[in-house]
Design a protein around this ligand. Structure first.
Ligand code: HEM
Length: 391
């Protein structure tokens, strides 16, 4: 099998099957305790890391720190490694993932001009694809070999190997499928959640009344002697509303992409088979005909809408689309609350430099990101938190 076959390849039905495997094993009810435990442990380690930086009065860039946390969580879940451990193996995966994101974006945007050139025997990114995928392939191959020698199932790679050996599995997954899924999950989970954390903190830091209300909710529900846990979330509606409002205004994935398998009619327009449709979720979530004061950060709008489940469902389908929708919708939508919650609960964030937070945004490929770094110093809020071990 050639490494060129797993970056940007078309796996057809494999996606439907792996999503099932994924939802069942990474986010399904059986796996909730396991994955919650990993997230809780990584959150503690991350808190200890920030505490150390606070003690040393080091300034931090929130986006970079957020990426360390999400990479650690996903490295542990997917390949059983932490960022800082094992000769920086997880960090190598992350670097390869970032290169892959850039490459996939290029491949998508060049599809239209690339196709005619291909007919003439010119492939725009073939060399680049081979370069990125062979380096990454080597690393993933090594990880797969190591996992094959294990006798216990402790991470997602173990689960995929078990499925690949299962004679009765609905779909036969290959080594390349496994590599592709691990890559996709790194792409899907780390960068998006880190971007969300950065945007949320930018909004919260620059709006003291929102920070105050969040703290009141957090202090009364969680208290000051332990870290926030995922089981606290149902009792933290304002935190949920703040995160949702952040996602409405700053969706990390502002464009949703669908390919029509067959010809069909949408809103009176006839769409030919094989058409690629790009839905501008960003514009929908700022559309004044759906949202009052669409450009303002008003978390309360999500408190009012929770009155009926039916209404919430309608809202999701029609106008709140940070996680897409339907069969290809995001299966990891709950991750943001706990991560933002911890940052708010544990530290005061002092902006460096000119003391103002710039909300200027820029598009990096398909991702919406803050145009400027968000650099702060941290002040721990409660001495009780100092007792949490660094593990
Ligand atoms: C705040 C964080 C996140 C945001 C904003 C986000 C956003 C999105 C969006 C917009 C899509 C495309 C959906 C569509 O086309 O309808 C997507 C797909 C996906 N996301 Fe997320 N995501 C986040 C976190 C995660 C996490 C933590 C995971 C992993 C556990 C994950 C796994 C996936 C996967 C596997 C897909 C592809 C689903 C498919 O094609 O069937 N995402 N995400």
């Amino acid at each position: 099998m050639g490494p060129e076959s797993f970056v940007g390849a078309d796996f057809g039905d494999y996606y439907k099957f792996t999503k099932k495997v994924l939802v069942r094993n990474l986010m399904g009810t059986q796996a909730v305790e396991w994955s919650q435990g990993i997230r809780a442990k990584e959150l503690e380690r991350f808190h200890a890391r920030l505490l150390d930086k606070a003690r040393k009065k080091e300034s931090v860039e929130i986006g970079n720190e957020a990426m360390v946390l999400t990479t650690n969580i996903f490295s542990k879940l997917l390949i059983g490694r932490s960022y800082s451990e094992e000769n920086g193996e997880a960090e190598k995966v992350r670097e390869s993932v970032i290169k892959t994101i850039g490459l996939l974006t290029k491949i998508f945007f060049s599809d239209k001009i690339g196709r005619p050139l291909k007919k003439l025997g010119i492939s725009l990114f073939e060399k680049e694809i081979r370069g990125v995928s062979s380096g990454f392939d080597e690393l993933l191959e090594r990880l797969l070999l190591e996992h094959e020698e294990k006798h216990s199932v402790t991470d997602m790679m173990d689960v995929l190997l078990a499925v690949s050996r299962d004679e009765n599995a609905e779909y036969k997954i290959t080594r390349n499928h496994m590599k592709s899924l691990i890559t996709e999950l790194f792409l899907a989970g780390t960068d998006t959640a880190a971007r969300l954390m950065k945007w949320a903190m930018a909004e919260i830091i620059s709006k003291p009344n929102i920070l105050e209300r969040l703290r009141q909710e957090m202090d009364s529900v969680v208290g000051k002697t332990r870290l926030i846990q995922e089981t606290d979330l149902p009792r933290l509606p304002y935190l949920q509303a703040v995160v949702k409002e952040t996602l409405r205004l700053h969706p990390p994935g502002p464009l949703l992409i669908r390919m029509f398998q067959e010809e069909c009619k949408v809103g009176g327009f006839s769409i030919p088979e094989k058409t690629t449709l790009v839905v501008n979720a960003y514009a929908i979530m700022r559309d004044p005909s759906f949202w009052q004061d669409p450009d303002e950060f008003k978390p309360e709008r999500f408190l009012a809408s929770s009155s009926s489940e039916q209404e919430e469902e309608r809202e999701k389908v029609l106008k709140f689309l940070p996680f897409g929708s339907g069969r290809r919708g995001c299966p990891g939508e709950n991750i943001g609350y706990i991560l933002v919650g911890m940052l708010v609960q544990c530290f005061d964030w002092i902006i460096s430099g000119d003391k103002t937070v710039s909300m200027e945004e820029t598009l990096e490929g398909f991702s919406l990101t803050m145009a400027h770094p968000l650099i702060c110093t941290l002040l721990p809020r409660s001495v009780e938190f100092m007792k949490i071990p660094s593990g």
